[in-house]
Design a protein around this ligand. Structure first.
Ligand code: 0O2
Length: 229
């Protein structure tokens, strides 16, 4: 079964499990989670600021910006619900905080692979940041060709009367990786394509992933030659 087919099957199963009543109670539960979601938004702001500062300081020293784009997102209630169900977890705020590490997500898009590792190191060296998990899909791409560096970090946020530690998923990609992942993501949610077309397209995407890896490597090498000349 292809990745697209298996995720569609899972989605259909979830829709079956979730009748209107349980969907309603889930929506009520999410409404009560406003405080937690606000804390995740604050954590996103903290992480975004850290990268803006790094970008500013690097550009001062090296006359170029290592970061092309910073994107952030809060996981949607539907995605949180799907993930809790998939992991067999209860609909509680504790279950979300303790088990879902990607509710707050920040994506850093760079031109060059070396900048990804440089920025990730700079973040991890900061004394208020704790690294919880690292998945390096650049060194070890997924079977479909997906490449990206994922870090789960814990960052403090300072509220009126307390300090709270929040988990944030930081994804680092080059522009090439980003464009590939966006295309692959679109394919995954395209239900109108026939299984035959999906299979062929997945294969072509796999070939593009190899080419994109080559492109990233060569661009990095050319940049090194130019900078070291
Ligand atoms: P969205 O919409 O971005 O939130 P875990 O979280 O550890 O239980 P998971 O979810 O497999 O397990 O973690 P992983 O592998 O670190 O992937 C998390 C996120 O990386 C995904 O989030 C995607 O954003 C991205 N990602 C991972 N694999 C792929 C892939 O093959 N293709 C694309 N396009 N993106 C990928 P979500 O929750 O799927 O979606």
């Amino acid at each position: 079964m292809s990745q697209t087919e298996s995720s569609n099957t899972l989605r259909n199963k979830l829709i079956d499990i979730f009748d209107d009543d349980s969907l309603h109670s889930f929506q009520q539960f999410m409404a009560s989670s406003r405080d937690l979601m606000s804390c995740y938004r604050c954590a996103i702001m903290e992480i975004e600021t850290k990268f803006r500062v790094l970008d500013e300081r690097f550009s001062l020293a090296h006359d170029r910006n290592p970061i092309d784009d910073i994107q952030s997102r809060l996981k949607s209630p539907e995605s949180i619900r799907d993930k809790l169900l998939r992991k067999n977890l209860p609909f509680t705020l504790e279950a979300i905080e303790q088990n879902l590490f990607d509710v707050a997500g920040v994506r850093i898009v760079c031109s060059f692979i070396d900048d990804i590792y440089m920025l990730a190191d700079c973040l991890m060296q900061q004394d208020d940041i704790t690294l919880i998990q690292q998945k390096d899909y650049i060194k070890q791409p997924k079977a479909n060709g997906y490449r990206s560096l994922h870090l789960i970090v814990e960052v403090p946020i300072f509220l009126q009367d307390q300090k709270k530690l929040m988990k944030v998923e930081v994804q680092f990609r080059t522009i090439v990786m980003e464009s590939w992942a966006n295309l692959e993501h679109q394919l995954r949610y395209k239900k109108s394509l026939s299984p035959d077309i999906i299979e062929k397209t997945e294969k072509r995407l796999g070939e593009c992933a190899k080419l994109s890896n080559l492109l990233d490597t060569q661009m990095q090498e050319i940049k090194d030659v130019i900078e070291n000349a």
